[in-house]
Design a protein around this ligand. Structure first.
Ligand code: FEO
Ligand code: CA
Ligand code: CA
Length: 744
C-alpha cells in the first residue's frame, strides 16, 4: 500500500553517425538503419517491405545533420525544432507553438456502440466498465492495421490498435457523490463499488482511425478490455508450481485479473507486454508474524509485515463473498483452510508479472510470463532483436531501494517468428535467464543470473525450493547475490543507435538515511545513487531523481558485464548555484523532477521522450514531458558530489565520486509538454511515420478530497472537459500543424 501511495503522492503519507567515418566503435549507417527497422520490419516478417518508408526518413535526417559526428559523441541527426514549453500550474495541457493536442480516449469512453456515453457523475454502472476506458491511463503501444482494418500492417500510420494500461483509480471520481460521502471503508465495501473499481483497472485494446484527427472505431471487433477479473494463463517455469495453486486453479496454471498495469513493452513478434507494478497493496493479509517462517519471509519482502485490509478493501464486500467463485475472497491471502486449494493464500503469487497480450487476436487469453520474474514491474523494454541472438528485456522494479533486472531468452531470434503471436511468446518468454544488476563504484557493473544453482541463492536463509520459487520470490534471490539497491527504477529504454540502456530512477526519500532497506541493504549513498540533499522545502534523500545509463560489454545485450554513468540528474533550475544538486546544468527550459516515463522513438533515431511523475516541483509546475537527444555512455566524466549532513554518514558531510554524462543543453533537452493540475504524464507511442504521438495524462485532479466531491469549485482539476466536470485520465493525440515530424 505504501508504494502505491508513494507513487501518486511522492511526499505525503498518504543519430545517425557520419556514414563515411566511424572511428569510435559506434555503429555504422547500415546497423543504424537495421536498428530502426528491427521492430516493425521484423514484426512484418520481412526486412525489405518496410525499408522504403524508413529509408526516406533516415536519409533526410542524416542529410539535415550536415554530416558531422563520428567521434565519441556523434552529432544528433535529428534536431529539436520546437520552442520549449514554459513550466506552469494552470489546469490545462500545454504543447509547443505550432502543435495541436486533442483528446482521444478518456476515462469511461465507450468501446462499442451499445454502451452509453459516459455520464461522468459516478453513476455509470460497474458492468459497463467492461466496455469503457479504464482509469489512470499509463503505458501504451500502437500496432498498425491495414487500411481495411482487418490485419496487421505495421507501417500504416492512419489505422491501428492502441493497447493501453489502466494502472489505478481515483476512487472519488469513479463513484456517485453519495457513495463517496459514505467513505472508503476498507472493512465493508459495497459490491457495486468494488466491481466498478476492479473493472476500471487493467488494459484497453482499441482500434483508432485517422480522419481529420484520430478517433476510436467503436464498431471494431478488436476492441476489448482486460480487467482485474479477466482470465489469465500462468505461463513459464512457475506455472503449475505449488506456490501458484489456488481454489481457482488447483493446477496453478491460471488466475483472474491483471493489476496495477504500469508501463509496457512490445515484442518483435507483434504482441504487447503489460507490467504489474504496485499490486501488493491490494491484498488483504495478516501480520506476517502469524505465518509460517517461509511464508512470512515472502510476505515481508513483497507485501509488508503488517496486517492490512488491502488498499481498497476488495476482500471485504458488504455481506461477504456470495459470488460462489471466490471473486472477492481471492483478494485475501490469509490462510484459513486446510491448504492452498481451500483459500487464496497464494493469490498474490499470481500478480507481479509481465503479461503478454496479442492485440491482433481478441480470442487469446493473456499469459503471465513467469520466466521474467515477479516484482513491482514498471515496464519491459527490449534490446534490438538480432537474428540468431537471444531476445533481451530490461526491467525496473519500482520501489525504494529495489533493483534493475534483465531477461535473456534461451531461444535465439528467428525472423520467421515475426508473425508468431502467442506461440512465439511461448518460445522466447517462457525459457530464459533472469539477471539482476550490481553497480560498482568504479563505473563497472555485473549482471548476476538468478538461478537456484547459484550457491548464494541455494544457501539463502529463505530456503528456496526450486527455480520456480526463485522466480516467484526473485527479490529475495537478488538480495542474496548482493544486487545494488537503486533510487526506484522506473522505465527502461534502449537507444536504437548506440545500444545504451537507460533507466529512470525517479526519486528516493530514504536514500542517505539510516537503517536497512526492505531487502536488508544499507540505504547509504553509493556511486550509482550519489545524492542526498534538502530541496529547501523539507524533502531529503534524492528528491528529484536521476537517469542511469548502461553500456553492455562488447555492445552485446546478453553480456554479463557493463559500464555505467548517470546520463542526467533531475533538479530544480533555481538550485543551479549548488553544483552538487543541479549536476546536469538544467535551465528554465529543461529542468524537471522525478523522471518516470522514458521511451525512444522507433522512427526518429535517438529521440528520447522523458515524462515526470512528481510531487517535489509541483509548487512551480505540473508534471511534464521533455524531448531529449542523449549522447552516449562516457560522454561526460568523473564528478564529485558534495552532500551535506548525511544521516547514513553519521550526520557528517559526504563526498561521493561518480560518473556523469555530458551536461544538458538547449540542443539536447527541451520541455515539450506540461499537463493539467494533479496529473502525471505517462505513456507514449507514435504512428510509424513519426507524425503523430499519443500521450497519456494520468489522474488529473487526484488530490481532490472525498469531502469536496459535491463542491466542484473545489476540484483540483476539471480537465479535459472544463467547467464543473470531474477530471478524467485521457489519451491525447499530438500532431504538428505543418504535418512534420514530432519534435522537429
Ligand atoms: Fe507506475 Fe513506477 O510507476
Ligand atoms: Ca510509472
Ligand atoms: Ca519545489
Amino acid at each position: 500500500m505504501s508504494e502505491q501511495l508513494t507513487k501518486h503522492h511522492p511526499d505525503s503519507p498518504n543519430g545517425c553517425d557520419d556514414v563515411s567515418k566511424n572511428v569510435s566503435g559506434n555503429p555504422d549507417f547500415a546497423s543504424i538503419l537495421e536498428a530502426r527497422l528491427s521492430r516493425r520490419s521484423l514484426l512484418k516478417g520481412g526486412f525489405g517491405v518496410a525499408a522504403g518508408s524508413f529509408m526516406s526518413i533516415g536519409l533526410s535526417g542524416c542529410l539535415s545533420s550536415g554530416g558531422g559526428g563520428g567521434g565519441a559523441n556523434p552529432a544528433p541527426a535529428f534536431a529539436l525544432g520546437f520552442n520549449a514549453v514554459a513550466k506552469g500550474t494552470e489546469d490545462l495541457l500545454r504543447v509547443p507553438t505550432g502543435y495541436t493536442a486533442t483528446a482521444l480516449f478518456r476515462l469511461g469512453d465507450p468501446l462499442n456502440t451499445t454502451t452509453p456515453d459516459f455520464l461522468n457523475d459516478g453513476t455509470d454502472s460497474a458492468a459497463s466498465f467492461q466496455f469503457r476506458a479504464g482509469d489512470h491511463h499509463d503505458g501504451m503501444s500502437y500496432f498498425g492495421l491495414n487500411s481495411n482494418g482487418l490485419v496487421k500492417d505495421l507501417n500504416n500510420a492512419t489505422r491501428g490498435l492502441l493497447c493501453m494500461n489502466h494502472e489505478n483509480i481515483t476512487w472519488v471520481f469513479l463513484h456517485s457523490n453519495a457513495e463517496v460521502a459514505a467513505g472508503l471503508n476498507n472493512a465493508a465495501r459495497p459490491v457495486a463499488m468494488v466491481d466498478k473499481e476492479v473493472n476500471a483497472h487493467g488494459v484497453s485494446v482499441i482500434e483508432i482511425v485517422k480522419g481529420a484527427t484520430f478517433s476510436v472505431n467503436k464498431l471494431s471487433g478488436f476492441n476489448r478490455r482486460y480487467t482485474a477479473a479477466s482470465n489469465m494463463t500462468i505461463s513459464g517455469p512457475a506455472a503449475g508450481d505449488d506456490l501458484m495453486v489456488t481454489p481457482y486453479s488447483n493446477a496453478g496454471t491460471a488466475t483472474r485479473g491483471t493489476l496495477n498495469n504500469c508501463a509496457n513493452g512490445v515484442t518483435p513478434w507483434g504482441t504487447y507486454l503489460t507490467c504489474e507494478e504496485n499490486w501488493a497493496g491490494y491484498f488483504k493479509r495478516p501480520a506476517s508474524a502469524t505465518l509460517a517462517a517461509k511464508a512470512a519471509a515472502a510476505q515481508n519482502r513483497y507485501l509488508g509485515s503488517g496486517a492490512s485490509n488491502g488498499s481498497y478493501g476488495w476482500a471485504n464486500p458488504v455481506g461477504g463473498d456470495t459470488s460462489g467463485t471466490g471473486l472477492y475472497d481471492r483478494w485475501n491471502v490469509t490462510p484459513s483452510g486446510a491448504n492452498s486449494t481451500a483459500d487464496y493464500r497464494n493469490a498474490a503469487n499470481t500478480m507481479g508479472w509481465v503479461v503478454e497480450i496479442d492485440p491482433y487476436a481478441p480470442g487469446t487469453t493473456p499469459r503471465k510470463r513467469t520466466a521474467m520474474g515477479r516484482f513491482g514491474h514498471e515496464g519491459a523494454m527490449p534490446a534490438k532483436a538480432v537474428a540468431g541472438k537471444p531476445i533481451v528485456y530490461y526491467m525496473g522494479d519500482d520501489a525504494q531501494n529495489e533493483y534493475i533486472y534483465k531477461y535473456v531468452s534461451t531461444a535465439n531470434w528467428d525472423p520467421a517468428d515475426a508473425n508468431g503471436g502467442m506461440a512465439a511468446g511461448n518460445k522466447y518468454l517462457d525459457s530464459g535467464k533472469l539477471y539482476v544488476a550490481t553497480l560498482a563504484a568504479d563505473g563497472t557493473g555485473t549482471w548476476t543470473e538468478l538461478t537456484i544453482t547459484n550457491p548464494l541463492i541455494a544457501a539463502a536463509a529463505y530456503g528456496f525450493a526450486d527455480q520456480a520459487d526463485v522466480l516467484i520470490n526473485c527479490r529475495i534471490a537478488a538480495d542474496a547475490v548482493g544486487a545494488t539497491p537503486m533510487d526506484r527504477p522506473e522505465w527502461t529504454g534502449v537507444h536504437p543507435v548506440t545500444g545504451d540502456v537507460y533507466t529512470t530512477l525517479t526519486n528516493n526519500s530514504s536514500r542517505g538515511t539510516t537503517g536497512l532497506s526492505t531487502g536488508g541493504k544499507s540505504k547509504a549513498l553509493d556511486a550509482a545513487n550519489p545524492r542526498y540533499y534538502n530541496d529547501g522545502e523539507g524533502r531529503t534523500g534524492n528528491p528529484n531523481g536521476h537517469v542511469i545509463r548502461f553500456q553492455e560489454t562488447g555492445g552485446n545485450p546478453a553480456a554479463t558485464t557493463f559500464k555505467w554513468d548517470v546520463y542526467l540528474f533531475g533538479a530544480e533550475n533555481d538550485q543551479f548555484g549548488n553544483p552538487s544538486i543541479n549536476i546536469s546544468g538544467l535551465t528554465n527550459d529543461n529542468d524537471f523532477s522525478s523522471p518516470d516515463g522514458l521511451w525512444f522513438s522507433e522512427v526518429i533515431p535517438g529521440l528520447m521522450w522523458l515524462q515526470t511523475d512528481d510531487g517535489a516541483y509541483t509548487d512551480v509546475t505540473n508534471c511534464m514531458m521533455l524531448a531529449a537527444l542523449p549522447g552516449s555512455y562516457g560522454d561526460g566524466g568523473a564528478v564529485s558530489v558534495n552532500n551535506l549532513a548525511v544521516p547514513s554518514n553519521a550526520g557528517a558531510n559526504q563526498t561521493v565520486n561518480t560518473f556523469a554524462g555530458k551536461a544538458a543543453s538547449a540542443a539536447t533537452l527541451r520541455r515539450f509538454l506540461v499537463g493539467p493540475k494533479g496529473c502525471e504524464i505517462t505513456g507514449i507511442t507514435e504512428t510509424p511515420d513519426g507524425k503523430t504521438i499519443f500521450v497519456n495524462v494520468q489522474h488529473p485532479g487526484e488530490n481532490t478530497s472525498a469531502a469536496n466531491i459535491a463542491i466542484p469549485a473545489n476540484f483540483e482539476s476539471h480537465w479535459p472537459e472544463g467547467g464543473n466536470a470531474r477530471p478524467r485520465s485521457t489519451t491525447v493525440v499530438i500532431t504538428k500543424n505543418d504535418g512534420g515530424l514530432i519534435g522537429s
